[in-house]
Structures are given as structure tokens and as C-alpha cells.
Ligand binder design. Structure first.
Ligand SMILES: NC(=O)c1ccc[n+]([C@@H]2O[C@H](COP(=O)([O-])OP(=O)(O)OC[C@H]3O[C@@H](n4cnc5c(N)ncnc54)[C@H](OP(=O)(O)O)[C@@H]3O)[C@@H](O)[C@H]2O)c1
Length: 341
């Protein structure tokens, strides 16, 4: 289509104009202009909501320090039109985004970000794949690289990324321990072959030392703080601690994340064991082939049941604030998907 045939499309999106509570998620009317060269305009069918969105809204997320912005790192949509050699209109696509912006009705995105869905894959299910499963893929294959039969500890194995790590870890033939505290965790984790440690009642370091006297090959951590030293101590020689988030003090999370990341880097200077930091939004931009191949692989697995994203509920985009509030109250297990219509 020639560029002059394009028209701006009216679009609603959820915007954070001031960092703060859920009341700062406002729906605004806007227009989405024609895609520039190398870009595609997409009608968003579903956007996944992640814990990171809540942190960003509150102004506690290192990679989103400016307002205004629309939250959301992942979406599934339908191609409307493209400027150049892009996909045909009507093609269903998924994307993880290097910068937030998925809580919207229409988006203009670079062509390289858009990965077609396998025929017949439910778009709502697909929207739960990009962020959590690509993060897990990066932790496992880019950073940890544990051989089949190796033993790992997944912190927060019942969470979004934790479940993705459990499911992909099972496919890679890993022996897995996982910390979780939510009711029913032991049964949920057992489904993926993960041995449960209730971190509120048990000390994970003691449990692993008792059961794995030679140490384990990897720990995947999203907590930081005291967890880092304890995780490092239970590694076998040659083992690796992969850190992908830090729980800081409310109001100090950005500084605490920077300090946590520096600590992980310093720990890597100790001989005998490795540490690594995973930051998906930066990695997918830096290695676009890895991103496209990885997401296509994950969508194919979701289609064939090789991975099982858990969808807790769908809600209209306009209900984003209610969804954030429910997630903050920790009332939800599984992924919430926001739908534009
Ligand atoms: N690096 C990246 O590129 C990247 C990508 C995606 C997400 N993230 C970050 O990763 C973190 C997790 O995201 P998510 O979407 O998976 O969150 P989530 O679904 O809310 O899961 C977090 C899990 O952490 C568990 N947890 C809480 N305190 C814990 C503790 N002290 N020890 C062990 N587990 C604990 C909770 O388990 P119970 O409810 O069972 O207690 C919960 O299931 C967030 O900070 C997010 O921002 C980073």
C-alpha cells in the first residue's frame, strides 16, 4: 500500500501520566498514525499483564523512569497495514517489547518485533507467552546452560516467570527444586516435576544442603538481598546464579535494583562459580535473531501443549486499574490478559 493511502486510526490506550497507585492508570483517546518505513500498524487483541507493569506504574522500575507511558511488555495483535515488506494485513502476530506500551488498542511496531502465531493458537493464550517464557528461555539457555540431568533451584516457582522456568526446565531434563508459598503450590509444582520448598516455613539453603551435599548447578533468583549469598553458597563448583529481578524496599526499588545488580557482578569475580544478570527487554533488542527464533519456538510449543501458560482471566483494557489492584492484593494465580474489545 502506498504511504499516502494511510489514515490515522482512532485508538484508546491506558496511560500513566504520574507515577503512583492504580488510580494513575487512565484511559485516553488518541490516534495512531501511519507506520513509517520498516514498521507495521497492529490492532492489539490481547496484552499480558506482568508484575513489572505494577512496578513501572509506581515509578519503581529501573527501565521505565519517565512518564507519560503505557504499561505492558507483551501483546498479540492483528496486522492492519505495513510500510514496506511487512506481513499481510490480517496476520496474527505476537511480540515482546523492548519498551513498554502494550496497553493500547492500536500500536505501530518495528517489523522485526512481530512473530506470526501458528494457525489455530488462541490469541489470548499466546499473549501470556512472550515476556515470561522468553525470560525463562534466556535464563536457561543464554545464561545458565545447565546440562540435562543437572539440578537447579527456581525461586518463586509458582510465579509467571517461575512457572515458565519449571515447564521449560522439565523439557530440558533438569532436576528441579522450587520455592513457593501460595496454597496448593506443592501440587502445582509437582505437575512439572519440581520439588516444593515452602520458603515461609523452610530455609532453602538448609533444605538443599541436606539433600544435595555436593551442591547444585544453578539457582534462578528474582528476590536479591540475602537470597544472593545463600544461593551462591549452595552452588556446586562451576555452578551459576542467574539473577533476573530484585525486590527492593518500597520507595527505593530503583536504587536497590542498581545495588543488587552491582552485587551480582561483583560476585562473579569470585573464582569457581559464575553469576549472570538477565534483562529481557535489552536482550531482545541486542539479539533480534535470538528473539525471533525463540518466540516462534515458544509459540509453537504453546500450540502443541509443550508449554502450558496459565490464564487466570481476561478483562477489557478499560479495567486495567482493577486488574492491577487485584494483582497487588495477590488474589490471582496465573496470567491476566487485557483485551481491547
Ligand atoms: N529480567 C527480566 O527481563 C524480567 C522479565 C520478567 C519479569 N521480571 C521480574 O521478575 C519478577 C517476577 O515476575 P513474575 O511476573 O514472575 O511475578 P509473579 O507472577 O508475581 O511471581 C512472583 C513469585 O515470587 C514468589 N515470591 C515472593 N516472595 C518470595 C521469596 N521471598 N522467595 C521466593 N519466592 C517468592 C511468589 O510466590 P508465592 O506467591 O508462592 O509466595 C510469586 O509467585 C518481577 O520482579 C518482575 O519484574 C524480570
Amino acid at each position: 500500500m502506498a504511504p499516502q493511502e494511510y489514515e490515522a486510526i482512532p485508538s484508546r490506550r491506558i496511560v500513566v501520566e504520574r507515577f503512583g497507585g492504580v488510580e494513575e492508570l487512565r484511559e485516553v483517546e488518541t490516534t495512531v498514525a501511519a507506520p513509517p518505513p520498516g514498521h507495521t500498524r497492529v490492532k492489539v487483541l490481547a496484552a499480558g499483564v506482568g508484575f513489572t507493569d505494577l512496578m513501572a506504574r509506581a515509578g519503581e522500575y529501573l527501565l521505565q523512569r519517565k512518564v507519560p507511558f503505557s504499561p505492558g511488555y507483551e501483546l498479540v495483535g492483528e496486522v492492519v497495514d505495513t510500510h514496506g515488506e511487512g506481513l499481510a494485513p490480517g496476520t496474527l502476530v505476537a511480540a515482546a517489547l523492548p519498551r513498554m506500551g502494550a496497553y493500547t488498542e492500536y500500536a505501530v511496531l518495528p517489523d522485526w518485533l512481530l512473530v506470526p502465531l501458528p494457525d489455530g493458537l488462541d490469541p489470548h493464550l499466546a499473549a501470556a507467552v512472550p515476556l515470561d517464557y522468553l525470560t525463562a528461555l534466556s535464563v536457561l539457555e543464554t545464561h545458565a546452560r545447565v546440562a540435562r540431568g543437572g539440578t537447579v533451584l527456581i525461586q518463586g516457582a509458582g510465579g509467571g516467570v517461575g512457572q515458565a522456568l519449571s515447564q521449560l526446565g522439565r523439557r530440558s531434563g533438569l532436576r528441579m527444586y522450587g520455592t513457593a508459598s501460595a496454597p496448593g503450590s506443592a501440587e502445582r509444582l509437582a505437575r512439572y516435576g519440581v520439588e516444593h520448598i515452602d520458603y515461609r516455613r523452610q530455609d532453602f539453603e538448609t533444605v538443599i544442603r541436606e539433600r544435595e551435599s555436593h551442591g547444585i548447578q544453578a539457582v534462578f533468583d528474582h528476590i536479591g538481598g540475602a537470597n544472593l549469598a545463600k544461593s551462591h553458597r549452595i552452588l556446586a563448583p562451576g555452578g551459576v546464579l542467574v539473577s533476573y529481578a530484585f525486590v527492593g524496599r518500597p520507595g527505593h526499588m530503583i536504587g536497590d535494583t542498581i545495588r543488587g545488580a552491582a552485587r551480582v557482578k561483583l560476585m562473579n569475580m569470585r573464582p569457581g562459580r559464575r553469576t549472570a544478570l538477565c534483562m529481557l527487554p535489552k536482550e531482545l533488542n541486542a539479539n533480534r535473531d535470538w528473539y525471533r527464533t525463540g518466540l516462534a519456538r515458544l509459540l509453537a510449543l504453546a500450540h502443541t501443549g509443550g508449554i502450558e501458560p496459565t490464564i487466570a482471566a481476561h478483562h477489557p483494557l478499560a479495567k486495567a486499574a482493577d486488574v492491577h489492584a487485584a494483582l497487588e492484593r495477590r488474589e490471582i494465580t496465573g496470567k491476566i490478559v487485557l483485551t481491547a474489545s
